[in-house]
Design a protein around this ligand. Structure first.
Ligand SMILES: Nc1nc2c(c(=O)[nH]1)N[C@H]1C(S)=C(S)[C@@H](COP(=O)(O)OP(=O)(O)OC[C@H]3O[C@@H](n4cnc5c(=O)[nH]c(N)nc54)[C@H](O)[C@@H]3O)O[C@H]1N2
Ligand SMILES: Nc1nc2c(c(=O)[nH]1)N[C@H]1C(S)=C(S)[C@@H](COP(=O)(O)OP(=O)(O)OC[C@H]3O[C@@H](n4cnc5c(=O)[nH]c(N)nc54)[C@H](O)[C@@H]3O)O[C@H]1N2
Ligand code: SF4
Ligand SMILES: [Mo]
Length: 743
């Protein structure tokens, strides 16, 4: 008899609740959970394919260990012995920084990824840390760090209540939203219009999201910071600045006005290719709306002025009084957030506390640019040791980061590499040890990351929908054992890792005068934790110490793991609400409108006014039935329009002699690829578009379906040298390229 189980979907940031149909130990169906407190039944084609993603026969079932040059099946014990020997050998000989750690996107979608990577970094003590954030949203972290003193304080547009949404470089109809967790983002945009609100989309492509908008502005890629600066300039010039409730919490207004005075609409219009009148209208509409939210995503981050654009998004929210008010952009409050501290000056946010060895890139948020990973491995300098061992968790940088060919060679030269990944893919094929986590149905689920970015405060937890297959190891245990093996405690019980974290957290909490458990006995508190597994006990701890928690009995109705388990469809914690000044951790205790690193970067933006644009630039695109590099192996999600083609405008096609469907050569600083052209006026003239995550044609992988239609790796067009200097984020959009027709 089939049974059902509830499970939040981990396949994108929308976090939809699913009802899985399970026959034996197999997931044979998935539909939206109508009783889910947040998603209320919404599901997309990826979620509907949960069973196929979960049951992909190419998923690895046992660890692989390299012997005599070949990856062979091995026991878990053999695999962790090899990890301990490989990593510790390098640490002992060359020091901790010669071990690199790369953390990929699915870490924010798993319980294991939420609980162990920070412990791993602590145990290793390495500064060679790289994550998908520097090919994604690092500019937003940096701008939040500078404005609010907390890199993780990211305001989220109040989608369900706003009157006016200005959406920049985001295509939620394909991506289902990002840094704005909202199940049924498309439905929420339609509801905004239905209640009389307006939607403006700024995107060089006429996306499905743009088609839904009242106004679509096909900007020249990479120039959003100029356009946003000009909007701010108009607000000042026309007396439309109105901080409202924010006034007591903001400093630096006069400095800001002076600094951006020369970014007038007329000055930026030629660079943006948006006329000055339109820019003025955008500013006036924003100021006139009863409530409004400006929201920027990939297209505003992965560009040369990504941090400035991300900063200006919030500057506009602030200047119009829309930050931190319902209908504007608000700070969510997640159930596992730390207990809020009273408002007041904080420690602030520091950038560039250390630098990368080869190109001297400043760290941001403790990370070095993923674009610099290859050179940190393959380049010898007098400054110190290169990276000689690599720990890669849930990541495929050979496809997702610039210049995969160089990284491919660099990974081959390592003394040791371990990959925690369900697939033997383009990156994992270089590993000496591959540790495969179980598929999602066999894993617990909680959204540590996305609840801090959600348009409604809520909390959900799922235990594994089916038991672990024999021979499998939970990813939480894999990562705990990895912490022990890499940290020099190989062989200890994995629960020792969790006990240590619980002990340290409680010790700190009882000393904190603002904590509900101040003055109590940590051991007594630890004994009160419930849960079937060490990670569950850690979740219980975070919930109970969190803003809605029971404080270990201080608030008897407060949240605990037990309560959460009693509410399988989740617990609603209410709409987003104003929280300032509490989230501010700047040294001044205020929103610092014009932080020094931003002011120092403005001359570079000014210089962009006079730079003549390249004849042809490349932007990316996402497809609803895809996700970065790892869903091309599921037949139900490939084919049709989900193909790796180069979108090119008819005028450019004509000029270059490119025919629809014919192969074209695309050439960039890092290399060239050959791919079919698709002639469409969905991109603006002067812009071509190619999706990322393709290029499944390297030997030694086990991705049998993906290999049948491999596509090409767009990131091979990059050489890794184009970065947003403040954040170290890769420039992935607006890259100059050449396109030629094949004979
Ligand atoms: N040109 C261009 N490049 C881009 C982008 C772009 O827009 N344009 N987007 C960038 C963005 S936003 C991102 S986030 C990055 C993503 O870059 P990455 O994080 O490096 O890449 P993914 O393709 O998400 O690969 C994730 C890996 O995790 C594995 N995985 C899946 N589920 C699990 C799990 O439960 N546990 C573990 N341990 N592993 C799992 C998959 O098999 C896959 O190998 O790509 C970036 N690259
Ligand atoms: N289906 C699907 N969903 C996904 C993913 C996926 O790969 N596939 N990946 C997930 C991940 S990791 C992330 S980070 C999110 C990303 O979520 P989104 O940010 O919504 O992602 P995109 O669909 O890439 O939208 C970026 C848009 O920016 C536009 N753009 C490019 N350059 C510029 C520019 O200079 N200025 C402006 N204004 N626009 C520009 C592009 O044309 C594109 O339409 O999606 C997540 N969801
Ligand atoms: S929108 Fe995202 S979370 Fe929801 S079903 Fe689709 S892939 Fe899963
Ligand atoms: Mo991402």
């Amino acid at each position: 008899m089939p049974r059902t189980a509830l499970r939040v979907c981990p396949l994108c940031e929308a976090t939809c609740g699913l009802t899985l149909t399970i026959e034996g130990t197999r997931v044979t169906g998935a539909r939206g959970d109508r009783d889910d407190v947040f998603s209320k039944g919404f599901i997309c084609p990826k979620g509907a394919s949960f069973g196929a993603v979960d049951g992909d026969p190419d998923r690895l079932r046992t660890p692989l260990v390299r012997r005599d040059g070949e990856l062979r099946e091995a026991t878990w014990a053999e695999a962790f012995d090899a990890v301990a020997a490989g990593v510790r050998g390098v640490v002992d000989r060359y020091g901790a920084d010669s071990v690199g750690v790369v953390l990929g996107n699915p870490n924010v979608h798993t319980v294991a990824g939420g609980l162990y990577p920070q412990v791993l970094l602590g145990a290793l003590g390495t500064r060679s840390v790289f994550t998908a954030s520097t090919v994604d949203q690092m500019p937003k972290h940096v701008s939040s760090g500078l404005l609010f003193g907390d890199a993780n304080a990211i305001p989220v547009p109040d989608l369900d209540h706003t009157d006016h949404l200005l959406l920049i470089g985001a295509n939620p109809l394909e991506s289902n939203g990002s840094l704005c967790t909202a199940p049924d983002f498309p439905g929420r945009l339609k509801a905004l219009r239905a209640r009389g609100g307006t939607l403006t989309v700024i995107d060089p492509r006429r996306t499905r999201t743009a088609k839904l908008a009242d106004r679509h502005i096909a900007i020249r890629p990479g120039t959003d910071a100029l356009l946003l600066a000009a909007m701010a300039q108009v607000l000042f010039e026309e007396g439309l600045v109105d901080l409202g409730h924010l006034a007591p919490h903001v400093e630096g207004l006069d400095g800001l006005r002076a600094e951006i005075g020369d970014f007038t609409p007329d000055a930026v219009a030629p660079a943006c290719d948006v006329d000055a009148g339109t820019i003025r209208a955008l500013a006036r509409e924003l100021a006139a709306a009863p409530t409004a939210a400006v929201y920027g995503r990939i297209g505003s981050c992965t560009v040369p002025h990504g941090t400035l654009a991300s900063w200006l998004v919030d500057v506009l929210n602030i200047l119009t009084g829309n930050l931190d008010r319902p209908g504007g952009a608000l700070f969510p409050q997640a159930a596992t957030d730390r207990t809020p501290r009273p408002a007041g000056p904080g420690r602030g946010f520091a950038l560039g506390r250390w630098h990368s060895r080869v190109s001297r890139h400043p760290e941001a948020k403790g990370e070095l640019p993923l674009s610099a990973l290859a050179e940190e491995i393959d380049t010898v300098t007098a400054e110190g040791e290169p990276i000689r061992a690599l720990i890669a968790v849930a990541t495929n940088p050979v496809l997702s980061a610039p210049d995969g060919d160089r990284l491919d060679k660099a990974l081959d030269s390592l003394d040791f590499m371990v990959s925690v990944d369900p697939y033997l893919n383009e990156t994992a094929r270089h590993a000496d040890v591959v540790l495969p986590p179980p598929p999602p149905a066999q894993s617990p689920h909680h959204d540590f990351a996305f609840n801090t970015l959600a348009v409604r405060n809520q909390v959900r937890y799922n235990r594994p929908a089916v038991p672990l297959e024999p021979g499998r190891m939970a990813e939480t245990e894999i990562l705990a054992r990895l912490v022990l093996a890499a940290g020099g405690m190989h062989g200890a019980e994995p629960s020792a890792v969790d006990d240590m974290v619980i002990g340290q957290t409680l010790k700190k909490a009882v000393r904190d005068t603002h904590s509900p458990v101040h003055g109590r006995d940590p051991q007594e508190l630890a004994a009160l934790l419930t849960g079937d597994t060490p990670p569950e006990r850690r979740l219980d701890l975070m919930l109970r110490l969190g803003p809605y928690g029971d404080g270990f009995g201080v608030r008897p109705d407060g949240l605990t793991l037990e309560q959460l388990l009693a509410h399988p469809h989740g617990i609603d914690l209410g709409p987003l609400a104003s929280r300032l000044p509490q989230p501010l951790k700047t040294r001044s205790g205020k929103v610092e409108l014009l932080p020094r690193p931003i002011a120092d970067d403005l001359p570079r933006l000014r210089a962009a006014l006079d730079t003549s644009p390249a004849a042809l630039v490349l932007v990316g695109r996402r497809h609803l039935r895809s996700n970065n590099s790892w869903m091309h192996n599921v037949p139900a999600l490939t084919g049709g329009t989900n193909r790796c083609t180069l979108h090119i405008h008819p005028e450019d096609a004509e000029r270059l002699g490119v025919r629809d469907g014919a192969d074209v050569i695309v050439k960039g600083a890092g290399g060239e690829v050959v791919t079919p052209a698709e002639v469409t006026d969905g991109v603006r003239p002067g812009v071509v578009s190619l999706p990322h995550g393709w290029g499944h044609n390297r030997p030694g992988t086990r991705l049998s379906h993906a290999a049948t239609a491999p596509g090409v790796n767009v990131n091979q067009l990059l050489d890794g040298s184009l970065l947003d200097p403040l954040s170290g984020n890769a420039v992935l959009n607006g890259i100059p390229i050449e396109v030629t027709a094949t004979p």
